[in-house]
Design a protein around this ligand. Sequence first.
Ligand SMILES: NC(=O)c1ccc[n+]([C@@H]2O[C@H](COP(=O)([O-])OP(=O)(O)OC[C@H]3O[C@@H](n4cnc5c(N)ncnc54)[C@H](O)[C@@H]3O)[C@@H](O)[C@H]2O)c1
Length: 424
Amino acid sequence: MAVPETPQPERVAVIGLGYVGLPLAVRAAEAGFDVVGLDVDELRVKRLAAGDSPVEDITGERLLAALDGGRLRVTCDAADLDGFDICVISVPTPLREGAPDLSYVESAGRAVAPHLRPGATVVLESTSYPGTTEDLLRPLLEAGSALTAGRDFHLGYSPERIDPGNARWRLENTPKVVSGVDPASLEAVEAFYDRIVQRTVPVSSTRTAELTKLLENTFRQVNIALVNELALCAGPLGVDIWEAVDAAATKPFGFMPFYPGPGVGGHCLPVDPSYLSWQVRRRLQHDVRFVSLAQEINDGMPEQVVRRVEQALGRPAAGARILLLGLAYKKNTGDVRESPAVTIAERLLSRGARVRAVEPYADPLRLPSEVLCVELTAPELREADAVIVATDHDCIDYELVVREAAYVFDARNRCARARNVERL
Ligand SMILES: NC(=O)c1ccc[n+]([C@@H]2O[C@H](COP(=O)([O-])OP(=O)(O)OC[C@H]3O[C@@H](n4cnc5c(N)ncnc54)[C@H](O)[C@@H]3O)[C@@H](O)[C@H]2O)c1
């Protein structure tokens, strides 16, 4: 009797190996797919090929295991996409002068199209406004492949919910919303992610899946703005906002705690709601007022921090030596994209302050060059006119900070109550 042939593992292509694409590529390799990861950044690809992971959630060992096991290849050459069964696009979707910049999605779509074969599946994971998959990506793929989505190949959208630095909710145990341009596409997209994550959540259209992501991030942005505005009012009213939020959070239904801070950052919160409001304005001539107001409040927070520090110093920041603790937008990560801590540093610098920072995670090349990066030491704390807790990295010794600093402005409620500590 003939031995049945072992089926070839399905081939997955991941376009864009950043915070979203790299964990997916590694996870797909671990799940038994044959994965090729494509990125246009040659330096990044070189580092990845050597097992050097720029994404905190993927350790070098995990990356190396996927590479050495032969299940993952990283490349800059689009020719290596040939023969993929499933292609996931996870390239950036930033803003350019306040409007969505979909040029990365467009160039990724153009790179993928010539390698698209009948029966293959393409999934967009980049965050964008409702209609991007069907109105922008679909025509590009069809034009470049001479195939038709729905008839010849499957096309869908699945938003990423990755939360960098979150050890509890990871790619594999966070439910994943999936969608397709037709029922067969949805089935193909769902079948793929069923092998990647524990639970998929199918929705009826790509537009719904696209809006789901924007709803999630707009919800966060608006609630953070609400609590930021209350934080600015609470102090003068003689109320501790942090205590009030924690007390409200004991309500077992109908409330979810959000905490004040120096503003919002990262690739998502400052950007995604603008994709929503831009599209609503363009299509419906309607202003999503919650988004505009939330942006105004959150964008004003770095200035509030600087103003409060100047008030405490009793003089303008010019000439003052300020030590910032953390420059990343989020604790325990090195992600400084749109970081409010960086905005605080820039504002202080523009007022003539001498700014130093303790930032153990971020790539020094991504930090403002005028900011001097230093180790956290007792003399460093003592020499500062003001210390600002801008990012609450767990590795900072906050007891040392409170003990040695003359004045601490704590924008994250991380320090113990003390005479020299003022909170947002
Ligand atoms: N970072 C997050 O926490 C997060 C969470 C959910 C969704 N998202 C969304 O996912 C998308 C990707 O975000 P990210 O944080 O991974 O971005 P990133 O900047 O970390 O990575 C994107 C990568 O894509 C590469 N790239 C750009 N154009 C390319 C092209 N044409 N071909 C191949 N590679 C290309 C870049 O060189 C970069 O390495 C965005 O739309 C973002 O909004 C991000």
